[in-house]
Design a protein. Structure first.
Length: 460
């Protein structure tokens, strides 16, 4: 270490180093588990040499009336270009010395540093301070000590019956009827938003809206108000639409007019119905077996996602490390920006502040998992190669019944990156589940879909 030229002893974690491409000096002080403060000095001689080099480069190309290129007096160069060359030199040296200081002090930044106290005068050193957030240091938890339940949802005969009824509903024939609206009706309505006095709000209406009463699209108030109505009857109902100025649920009033009422005529469950659902099946028994496979495959996929989240939660409980503050704020800013874009309007400062408060806990979890996951990927060398991506594209193309070449030609750069990210995520999940102890547990699909107990830690 080389003395910094400042009196007094060095504080804890402070080092002073020189070397590299620039002749610089810097001091590194650890402010927290995730932040360093680096004070950088670029000597006057180094800065003078850089500025002179910049002026020389300008002199070769500058066009000033009355002087030949390369023959412009230094006094004229300084007057004409001195300030611009100096500022450009400062910016270049700031970036070079910043990168060099981080490299030589073994700081790996989690986000771009925040520079302050930048000082330079001709004939003097360039000095500045930069605050740098880093990734926290911690030990990865021992995966072998974790035992988790792996739910195995099983489809019952009742689950299959319900799925068959859903298929019948989707294949139903709609028959006009003079009967009043009930829970089995399919109605066509016009809706118009109104104020509290019942006056229509211009431009806030929709015509010929088809509603299946069994699906409860608009909630209980709508169902209660329309039940028993006949064609051309009017009714007032309310829906929740976003939040008001106080952040409370906003109730919006609508007037509905019944234009048409139909009832469903469901098909019989026979071989003809089976063929209409899947031409590759012939009997009702084959359709039931196929539905059982589908229901269980879907539920098992959801159960695996729950397991992955439960394992991530457990890993994060077992290792305590903070999220760099500016990384968190940048992440929340991006979330707020995305929320604004999707809403299509510009929120005020108070709304953005409330949004960030509401999502802060979720953002901290996401960033902690991102850092832990990245450590696993790096240390365990979890990779995805070109063949993996090719195989996945072939699988996705087969699902959409197109050639791999055609499917790949449709992919945007973001979509292709998304495929690679999904594959990496699977690598991480496969690695984790191969390391932990997994205890299979059968559960009914009814219990699973009703929000019964998900995958949980078996041993603490």
């Amino acid at each position: 270490m080389v003395p910094s030229g400042r009196g007094g002893s060095s504080p804890p974690f402070r080092t002073v180093l020189t070397g590299g491409f620039l002749d610089i000096q810097f001091e590194k002080e650890q402010k927290s588990a995730v932040e360093f403060e680096v004070k950088v000095t670029v000597p006057a001689a180094e800065m003078t040499e850089r500025v002179e080099s910049g002026l020389t480069a300008v002199a070769r190309k500058a066009n000033i009336p009355g002087f030949r290129k390369g023959k412009i007096p230094r006094k004229i160069l300084l007057k004409q270009f001195g300030e611009a060359v100096t500022q450009e030199t400062i910016q270049q040296v700031l970036q070079e010395s910043y990168r060099q200081a981080l490299t030589e002090s073994d700081i790996i930044p989690a986000a771009p540093g925040e520079m302050s106290e930048i000082n330079f005068n001709q004939g003097e050193p360039l000095t500045y301070t930069v605050k740098v957030e880093t990734f926290p240091e911690y030990e990865l938890p021992d995966l072998a000590t974790i035992t988790m339940e792996d739910l195995d949802p099983q489809a019952s005969e009742a689950d299959i019956d319900a799925s068959l009824e859903g298929l019948r509903e989707n294949s139903a024939t709609l028959i006009p009827t003079d009967d009043p609206v009930d829970e089995h009706s399919v109605v066509v309505i016009d809706v118009q938003e109104v104020d509290k006095t019942g006056i229509a709000i211009v431009g806030r209406n929709q015509k010929d809206l088809q509603v299946d009463m069994q699906r409860q699209y608009f909630g209980e108030d709508f169902a209660a108000k329309i039940t028993g109505k006949q064609c051309e009857d009017k009714f007032i109902f309310e829906l929740i639409g976003g939040a008001d100025e106080k952040g409370e649920p906003k109730k919006i009033l609508y007037e509905g007019v019944v234009r048409n009422i139909q009832r469903k005529e469901l098909p019989e469950i026979d071989e003809h119905f089976v063929q209409s659902i899947n031409p590759n099946l012939n009997t009702v028994e084959e359709l039931r077996a196929d539905l059982k496979k589908y229901l269980e495959a879907r539920a098992k996929y959801q159960a695996r996602q729950q397991l992955y989240r439960a394992v991530a939660d457990e890993l994060l409980k077992r290792v305590d490390f903070p999220v760099p503050p500016r990384m968190l704020e940048d992440y929340l800013d991006r979330m707020a920006e995305d929320g604004v874009k999707s809403a299509g309007k510009t929120p005020d400062e108070e709304q953005v502040k409330k949004f960030k408060e509401n999502y802060r806990t979720s953002a901290i979890w996401n960033l902690r998992w991102y850092m832990l996951r990245s450590r696993l990927i790096q240390e365990k060398e979890l990779k995805v190669d070109k063949q993996d991506i090719k195989t996945e594209i072939e699988r996705l193309a087969l699902m959409q019944q197109v050639s791999p070449k055609e499917y790949e030609s449709r992919l945007t750069a973001d979509q292709r990156q998304g495929i690679e990210d999904d594959l990496i995520e699977r690598r991480v999940f496969d690695y984790i589940t191969n390391q932990i102890q997994v205890t299979p547990k059968q559960i009914s699909i009814e219990e699973f879909e009703a929000g019964g107990p998900g995958s949980k830690i078996v041993n603490e």
